[in-house]
Design a protein around this ligand. Sequence first.
Ligand code: ADE
Length: 242
Amino acid sequence: MRLDFISLFPEMLKPALSVGVVGRAVDKGAIESHYWNPRDYTSNKHRTVDDRPFGGGPGMLMLPQPLDDCIVEMQQQQQAAGVEQSPIIYLSPQGRRLDQALVKELSALPAITLLCGRYEGVDERLLEKHVSIEVSIGDYVLSGGELPALVVADAVARQLPGILGHEDSAEQDSFANGLLDCPHYTRPAEWQGREVPPVLLSGDHAAIAEWRQAQSIKRTNERRPDLLSTDNPSKPRSSGSE
Ligand code: ADE
């Protein structure tokens, strides 16, 4: 999968794509990343990328021209590389809330472009022209789209085939089946007077699977009842794997 990042701070993104699960996906060639800096597409001598909003108000906005020139060149390069389309995702608190279903949808695409805003945002006309979907990672405001773009990249990378081992398969993640994950334990079997639930030491795989499912439902009921369907509180409202 190809990931293109449009960002004024590529130095913030690159290290995060070199470690852990995402780093492994890059090393294996499952993820190919490209970085595009709108500051390289300015036509003024100060390399300005922002200006004040019409109508007044606090903060600055990203100018449409450097971003447009940057996107046009990126799309030419994508085409030359045989990428037919790479929907542009703009990270913003006004977007569709990211969840596991959207992560799955995005991970099935051959390429996506993550547009990271800074300042108070981006001129709306640029967004109208180029953006396919606006995505938010939650109801709070960050200083830019770089951290949200990394959240999307990480969540998408762990869905790609062959990236997670069998043990930590994406199918076992919280939300993979619409429920929260069950609790997990490792050695020692007794630690500071606290014991591991005996069923996990029993070797009875059917009993373990049943216990885990029951724990997932219990946790989801206690912590995130909004995820459960109202007519059947042991069933997820909708499966995140669809
Ligand atoms: N940019 C700033 N805050 C954001 C958020 N919560 N989600 C996505 N992009 C953002």
